[in-house]
Design a protein around this ligand. Structure first.
Ligand SMILES: [Zn+2]
Length: 241
C-alpha cells in the first residue's frame, strides 16, 4: 500500500514478532510479501543465532523488515534493575545485545521489553539508547472494543510517542489456546485506518503449533488481509517518522 522509503507514514499497522524464531519468521516471509507488509522482528539472545538464522535474518532485513533488540537473556527490566541496579542492567543485558546485533549487521534502533515489563524509569534509561520502545497492554483485553482507545496512537502524536504499547495476537502456547476473539484489536485497526495513526500488535513464533507463544499462519493472514482491506499499510518500526 505504501512505497518502501515513504517517510510520510500517517497511518499504519505495526506488526511485531519477539524472541528468536527466525526459521518460522522466514517461512512466513512470502505472506508478508503477498500483502506488501513490512514488520518488526525483536530479537533476543543474538549471540545464539546460528549460521542459518543469520542468513535468514539478513534476508528478512533485505526484504525491508525492521530488526530490533529484545535483550541478551530476555530479562525483565524492572526486576533485573531492582536486583542488580540500572548500570548492571545496561551493561549485562542491553548493551551486549545491541552490540552483538550491530556486529552481525543489524543496527537496532528500537527495543521491545521482554514480557512487556517496564516502567517510566526503564523507559528513561532505554530511550538514551533506542529511538523507540515497545511495551504491551494486557492480552486478556484484546476482545474488548474499548482497548482501541489504548492501542491507537493518533497521527499527530507519532513523532513524539517513543513508547508504543502493543497487544498480543498470539493464538496460543503449547496445548493452551488463547481464544479467537480479537474484537478490540480489530476495532483499533478500523480506527487507525479511518483516523490515521498507528496500532501496534505483537506475536512470537508463526506456526500451527509450537511450545512457545505463536500465531497461526491462518490468523496472521487474516490480520494482514484485514489491514489490506482497510488500505492500512503494515510497516516496520524503522519506517516511522
Ligand atoms: Zn520475549
Amino acid at each position: 500500500m505504501t512505497d518502501r522509503g515513504d517517510h510520510h507514514v500517517d497511518r499504519a499497522l505495526l506488526l511485531t514478532f519477539d524472541d528468536r524464531h527466525v526459521r518460522e519468521w522466514a517461512a512466513a516471509a512470502p505472506l508478508f510479501t503477498l500483502y506488501d507488509a513490512r514488520v518488526t522482528f525483536f530479537v533476543c539472545e543474538p549471540d545464539r543465532l546460528d549460521r542459518d538464522d543469520l542468513r535468514l535474518l539478513r534476508r528478512l532485513a533485505d526484504d525491508g523488515h525492521t530488526i530490533g533488540c529484545h535483550g541478551l537473556r530476555h530479562e525483565r527490566a524492572p526486576e533485573f534493575i531492582a536486583a542488580h541496579g540500572a548500570g548492571a542492567y545496561l551493561d549485562r543485558e542491553v548493551v551486549p545485545a545491541q552490540e552483538s546485533l550491530r556486529r552481525l549487521g543489524f543496527p537496532a534502533r528500537s527495543f521491545a521489553y521482554p514480557c512487556s515489563a517496564r516502567d517510566e524509569s526503564t523507559d528513561r534509561l532505554l530511550l538514551a539508547l533506542f529511538e523507540r520502545l515497545r511495551g504491551g497492554v494486557s492480552a486478556d483485553r484484546r476482545a474488548d472494543p474499548s482497548l482501541a482507545a489504548e492501542l491507537h496512537v493518533p497521527a499527530a502524536d507519532i513523532p513524539a510517542r517513543r513508547v508504543l504499547l502493543g497487544c498480543s495476537v498470539d493464538s496460543g502456547r503449547g496445548t493452551v489456546a488463547y481464544g479467537d476473539d480479537l474484537t478490540g484489536v480489530e476495532t483499533a485497526l478500523r480506527r487507525t485506518a479511518d483516523d490515521g495513526g498507528v496500532t501496534t500488535l505483537y506475536a512470537h513464533s508463526v506456526a500451527d503449533a509450537h511450545e512457545a507463544n505463536h500465531v497461526t499462519p491462518a490468523r496472521l493472514e487474516k490480520l494482514l488481509a484485514l489491514a489490506d482491506g482497510m488500505s492500512l499499510p503494515c510497516v516496520g518500526f524503522d519506517e516511522l517518522p
